[in-house]
Design a protein around this ligand. Structure first.
Ligand code: PEP
Ligand code: MN
Length: 276
């Protein structure tokens, strides 16, 4: 990982602004993306998908390929998981956001993803970014655990450079000296990135907080800070989730949560992208 902070000027100024994904506008209004961390089973995924669709989420998230810190942890259902996401999409009409971990799975992921997520641990996987730049799919690029904003913007440039202009950036918490929570959610990244690039900027409060009760305050703060949207983890049975259960919102609480987030987003002037 480079530690350079004075990177050369962007070769391709990001001039894309808002863009469409499956009929939804990203970057003009507030986009709420919700769903489980991981596709664990058909029943779990469809249950959560039904709830978030009914409560007005604009897109469904869910990982079929998971980048886990331990190689002994569950790595995702892979192609079976993609099939479940495809069913959730047919059933709810929600566009799918799912992660591509390994470029060898690109064709499979292209079969279902409307937005391809690049996880924090892959932010500087330049061959992966270049391949995504050659696809027609929108990209959600998460900030690396220790990445500067310069490095995040330059990683986005790898996608833009190949001609794919539909890139959204995502602040998901960075590693600092603070150990009281999982990561430090750097909300100044929102105005700073928006000043520097016209790419939509989303916030992931779930992975920063690591704890359910901290997800809503950070979501409201992100909306107030002018984020173009939130990607949040929701589970029907978080106590028994395979991955990231402690930070997942209970599906039963999602509707009220979404309403409060929308209220703040509207007050912050973002407007609301509703799919109800
Ligand atoms: C995720 O979205 O489930 C995830 C693994 O996020 P991150 O790459 O930000 O850790
Ligand atoms: Mn997760």
């Amino acid at each position: 990982m480079t530690t350079t902070t004075n990177l050369p000027e962007q070769r391709l100024p990001a001039t894309t602004g808002a863009f469409e994904v499956a009929g939804r506008t990203i970057g003009d209004g507030f986009t709420l993306i919700a769903g489980p961390c991981t596709v664990e089973s058909r029943e779990q995924t469809l249950t959560v998908a039904d709830v978030v669709a009914a409560e007005g989420a604009a897109m469904l998230r869910g990982g079929a390929y998971k980048p886990r810190s331990s190689p002994y942890s569950f790595q995702g259902l892979g192609r079976e998981g993609l099939g479940i996401l495809a069913e959730a999409k047919r059933r709810t009409g929600l566009p799918i956001v799912t992660e591509l971990v390994d470029v060898r799975n690109l064709d499979d992921v292209l079969g279902v993803a409307d937005v391809i997520q690049v996880g924090a641990r892959n932010m500087q996987n330049y061959p992966l970014l270049t391949e995504l730049g050659r696809t027609d799919r929108a990209v959600l690029l998460k900030r690396g655990l220790s990445a500067t904003l310069d490095e995040l913007v330059m990683a986005a440039e790898y996608v833009l450079k190949e001609g794919n202009e539909r890139v959204m950036l995502c602040e998901r918490g960075i590693r600092t000296h603070e150990t009281a929570y999982r990561f430090t959610l750097d909300l100044l990244a929102v105005p700073a990135l928006k000043e520097r690039t016209r790419l939509p900027v989303l916030v992931d409060p779930s992975h920063a907080a690591g704890r359910r009760d901290w997800v809503e305050p950070m979501s409201l703060a992100a909306a107030a800070a002018g984020a173009d949207g939130i990607i949040v983890e929701v589970h029907s049975d978080p106590e028994n989730a395979i991955c990231d259960g402690p930070q997942a919102l209970h599906a039963d609480d999602f509707g009220a949560y979404a309403e409060r987030v929308r209220t703040v987003a509207a007050a912050a002037g973002g407007g609301v992208e509703l799919a109800v």
